[in-house]
Write a protein that binds this ligand. Structure first.
Ligand code: APR
Length: 314
């Protein structure tokens, strides 16, 4: 059976994921959206690019969740994005109702899928979707860390005027203003960031400024575009889909369910995972220094506070 990728939410991120998945020839695509015929329009538009892209796949657009039946991968972006002045957490009540409906559809029509959640507030929506679908924890993850890391790598490479391919880094924690950049584990062509600072290739202050920028650049983009970012989030999602479908076993920071790792339980939060054909194949526990632990705890506490609110509605 041909690989089926269903994108629930055919807005800015969903539509871009569809196009990038076609460029990478990842599978047949179903775009689902409640908004009348938007998914149909995008599916037709992207279908018209298939001969140019040399991608022999089918792309359909629909308002019906029935069409997601037996999907290998499902990406959930359904919901409302942030507007200027809103935090990701402001979306909790509105998006919770969307996730409940979408989750019931996934449970009914495609309970064996690997599901990537993008809807904000991310870590909490991922938790809710897993509860409603009852899909194994290994097969429900949230996309945030891949995006945050990509943003960090870009700005660091840009500042150093070096190739983005040479920068390796990771982040921890919730997708929010207090995500934790793992500077000790950041390298540039194998040279640690600490050594780069010692060699005066970059100042510590500049690094701190970049970390701060990553925390707020989502809001910065909203002030420019009037809506939240979508090209980079979509690219991050597609990297995760490809890693799963092609069993690449790469290490990605994703929102994953903790069962005691890092000292936390029953919560989804950003941690490094090995992603392969079995979904989350491993959660990697990095030894954290005191300050990193404190930052991580603060981030987890923010997620927990929103989760407590969400639990009252489900
Ligand atoms: N079922 C299907 N689609 C839905 C539903 C639903 N119950 N509710 C809303 N949608 C659709 C909307 O009609 C819209 O087309 O979800 C789509 C969301 O697309 P955009 O508004 O363009 O938002 P986008 O930028 O794609 O972001 C989606 O990801 O990063 C997060 O904060 C962001 O929560 C937001 C989500």
């Amino acid at each position: 059976m041909a690989t089926k990728i269903s994108l629930i939410g055919a807005g800015n991120i969903g539509g871009t994921v569809a196009l990038l998945s076609a460029i990478k020839n990842l599978g047949n695509i179903v775009l689902v959206d409640i908004a009348k015929s938007i998914a149909k329009g995008k599916a037709l538009d992207i279908s018209h690019s298939l001969p140019v892209l040399q991608c022999n796949r089918k792309i359909i657009g629909t308002t019906s969740l029935k069409q997601i039946k037996n999907s290998k991968v499902i990406v959930v972006t359904a919901g409302v994005p942030r507007k200027e002045g809103m935090s990701r957490d402001d979306l909790v009540e509105i998006n919770l109702n969307v996730i409940k409906k979408v989750g019931q559809g996934i449970r009914k029509y495609s309970p064996k899928s690997f599901v990537i959640v993008v809807t904000n507030p991310l870590d909490v929506m991922t938790w809710v979707l897993q509860k409603i679908t009852n899909i194994p924890y290994s097969h429900v993850v949230g996309m945030a860390g891949v995006l945050d890391t990509s943003r960090f790598k870009f700005h660091l490479a840009d500042e150093l005027n070096l190739s983005i391919e040479d920068v390796s880094s990771s982040v921890l924690g919730g997708h929010g203003d207090d995500m934790v950049a793992l500077l000790r584990h950041t390298t540039v062509s194998g040279v640690s960031l600490e050594d780069m600072i010692k060699m005066k290739k970059i100042s510590r202050q500049k690094v701190n400024e970049i970390v701060q920028r990553i925390r707020t650049c989502g809001a910065e983009i909203i002030t420019y575009m009037g809506t939240s970012a979508y090209y980079a989030p979509a690219a991050a999602v597609v990297q995760m889909i490809e890693c799963y479908l092609r069993d690449q076993k790469k290490i990605f920071p994703c929102s994953a369910y903790l069962k005691g790792q890092y000292g936390f339980k029953n919560i989804y939060v950003g941690v490094p995972i090995v992603l392969g054909a079995n979904g989350v194949e491993k959660i990697i526990e990095i030894n954290l220094k005191k300050e990193e632990k404190e930052e991580f705890l603060k981030s987890v506490e923010s997620v927990q506070a929103i989760l407590n609110i969400a639990k009252k509605f489900i």
